[in-house]
Design a protein around this ligand. Sequence first.
Ligand code: KG4
Ligand code: ZN
Length: 371
Amino acid sequence: MIILALESSCDETACALVEDGKKVLASCIASQANLHAEFGGVVPEIASRLHVEAVLPVIDKCLRISKLKIQDIDGIAATVGPGLIGALLVGLSAARALALAWNKPFYPVHHMAGHIASNYLEDDSLPSTSSAHSSLPSLTASPLTPKCEPPFICLLASGGHSQIVYVKDYLDFEVLGSSRDDAAGECFDKVARALNLPYPGGPSIDKLAQTGNETAYKFPLISFKDDHLAYSFSGLKTAALSYINQKKMEAKQKHTPWEISFSLPDFAASFQAAVIQNLFIPIEIAMEKKKCKRLAVAGGVSANSYLRKYVKERFSEAEHEIYFPSLKYCTDNAAMIAAMAYYQASASLLENISFIAQPNISLEQFYIRKK
Ligand code: KG4
Ligand code: ZN
């Protein structure tokens, strides 16, 4: 079964064609990151307009790369939420129009379920047509993994979400824990901005941290007595921002550049280590709770080089099965949306051309969980 999917929930306009939920036949991403960079974050109105400009060219490019004909495609999918409403509407409207014009079934997909499904994609050697990842440090995508299969615990860490999800089956999700405030990716982005690093901040901090000492600065490790599976990143973010602001003020009084008043690589490395360590405090508790030794990591932050090293050191291969998406499918892409749609189509679930964009919908609400 071949699915054409569109993703436009934030600042990437993406199209992909994926066979049987795993084989990527084509994946194209038009990234807007450079255009939002001067504002230090995504400007929703600009994002919507840029999606409108990019959506038809990415579909066209994908069809050309795959050499597929319309009759080869079995279904159309699009991200319907969560995300920016204007941005979501562009991909969703285009996908629904294609489904109507080509007489194909349409599958609405939850963005975070798509991130989880990035772990089902084959680790192919297709060159990425995106410019979005050019600032990532050169890491080899892990060739290690056979395809991940449920049940597993998934750590979802993106710009908008930090969650621990028990993926009992392809369409059965139980959210075990979530952030009570900021997401891990957001925390990277805000601190990077204060350090005057380019947007998006995660890859910039990752790069800067390569030469830093992760033990140079102490950051808090946060856990809640009333919920061992909840996250909080706002304290960590505030600690980092307060330190940077203090250094900026001191430097201003001394008329010296603040950038030389402390070691930026050491600061980046220590901050990055703290974010990642905080992400993993509850993971072992969740794995124990569900008696599950299989762990997958997904979302933009799963591209982080320290995270990948840390996981391999912390979870022994003898006792655990660990999965990462290949690097090009960590951040937003449409191949993951097509992969998720394949499981919806296979189960005849959520085929609905009238589905409207749902900017805040939760995973459990979307795939109404069988208790
Ligand atoms: O999943 P994603 O592409 O978009 C959302 O659904 O939010 O995640 C984007 C987030 C951004 O906050 C970005 O800074 C972060 O993922 N990110 C990283 C890395 N690459 C992307 N964070 C840390 N290290 C990275 N290498
Ligand atoms: Zn995402």
